[in-house]
Unconditional design. Structure first.
Length: 384
């Protein structure tokens, strides 16, 4: 199996010692004001992630957070090696401009861009940005978008008259080096088809292992029919402590901070989501505030107030490492993690779980060279 890769999260919707909600049509909750997403604060998180051995950091997209392209461009200048998994929506920018932006980002950061393509599951939010296509048509447009972008990155001149996009004699003066990996998620049939044709990494939210195995097998089969192989990643929150009791006490503290009216309002908003992935997240907890451990060490409490990824790995450092191994055995090689607050939780995970995975031969620090081999012993030259 390939070694594990870990990414952290930049909370461009604000950070707190409490859960900051938002996403999929729901606004960021008031707790996001506790630590505003300034470039200085986000750079502290990015620097910590870089030092601890996270390969990259995801930034979200939408009306509920800061713009991912601009924010990561600024934070990149305060880091040296960390990559940025920039989430963006194809309907908000032309494919030629997006390909050019990616190429520019690669040159100015030394090749530290990864792209998370988000089709957009909420028509109401899409319309606020001037996008009036329905969900299925948004996915079809995404396919055309990635077809154009891929061709441009290969140095081709691209002409396409598609159902939703049209370009003529499109080309880049300079192609990106390296070409950024494309991350893509989605649980609908069209999402699977787009991922199979265009993605490098298929991302799923943190469902129980049996559901994840079913989903990855589905996408792997679709990609195989296209003659392609994908990598697989999972998006989770994490609460890891020296003992399981301490970790679950922290989960209960977060849960105690959920205002009943806020939970009701967020759940009502998320119930209107068009996203199949969001529907699956909601089904894990059903709006209940009890019985939230849906698999050993997998807690669905975050999804009560937050759209998108709503589950967390909760437990002792050894237990969290074991759950990661369990997902890895299913073919998950990349983990996109987060925790509240993001600065402190990066250290909890990076200083305690990553060394355990390293000791098991599953992970190596991406920015630290292996120890140099000992010099060969000097043998006296007998001819003198």
């Amino acid at each position: 199996m390939p070694p594990l890769t870990f990414h952290w999260f930049l909370p461009t919707n604000g950070d707190s010692r409490h859960v900051v909600g938002g996403g999929h049509g729901s606004p960021a909750t008031a707790s996001g004001q506790d630590r505003p997403p300034s470039v200085a604060y986000l750079s502290r998180i990015a620097g910590a992630a870089e030092d601890l051995g996270f390969t990259g950091a995801l930034t979200p997209t939408g009306a509920w957070c800061e713009d991912a392209w601009l924010t990561t461009a600024m934070v990149s200048q305060r880091t040296e090696r960390l990559k940025f998994l920039v989430a963006f929506r194809p309907g908000a920018v032309s494919p030629t401009l997006a390909a050019q932006m990616a190429s520019t980002f690669q040159r100015h950061t030394g090749g530290r861009l990864l792209l998370n393509v988000v089709t957009g599951g909420e028509s109401q939010e899409q319309r606020a940005y001037g996008d009036f296509l329905d969900k299925d048509d948004r996915y079809r447009r995404t396919g055309e978008f990635l077809q154009i972008v891929r061709g441009l990155w290969e140095g081709k001149s691209v002409d396409l008259v598609g159902e939703h996009l049209q370009v003529e004699d499109a080309r880049l003066a300079r192609v990106p080096d390296p070409v950024p990996d494309v991350y893509f998620g989605g649980s609908s049939p069209l999402a699977g088809e787009i991922a199979a044709r265009h993605a490098d990494v298929y991302l799923t939210w943190g469902e129980p292992p049996a559901a994840v195995a079913e989903k990855t097998a589905w996408v792997r089969d679709l990609a195989g029919k296209q003659g392609r192989e994908l990598r697989f990643g999972i998006r989770l929150h994490v609460i890891t402590r020296d003992t399981a009791e301490q970790a679950w006490a922290e989960a209960r503290r977060l849960l105690d901070g959920f205002d009943t009216e806020t939970v009701r309002a967020v759940q009502a908003g998320l119930a209107r989501s068009e996203s199949e992935g969001q529907r699956r997240m909601l089904a894990l907890h059903g709006g209940r505030a009890d019985d939230l451990e849906i698999h050993p060490n997998l807690w669905a409490g975050i999804g009560l107030v937050r759209g998108g990824a709503g589950t967390a790995l909760v437990g002792s450092h050894d237990e969290v490492a074991e759950r990661i191994e369990e997902y890895h055995a299913l073919g998950i090689d990349e983990f996109v993690l987060s925790g509240y607050p993001h600065l402190e939780e990066a250290y909890w995970f990076g200083e305690n779980v990553l060394p355990r995975l390293a000791s098991r031969g599953l992970w190596t620090h991406p920015f630290r060279a292996a120890p140099a081999a000992a010099p060969a012993p000097q043998v006296p030259f007998a001819g003198r």
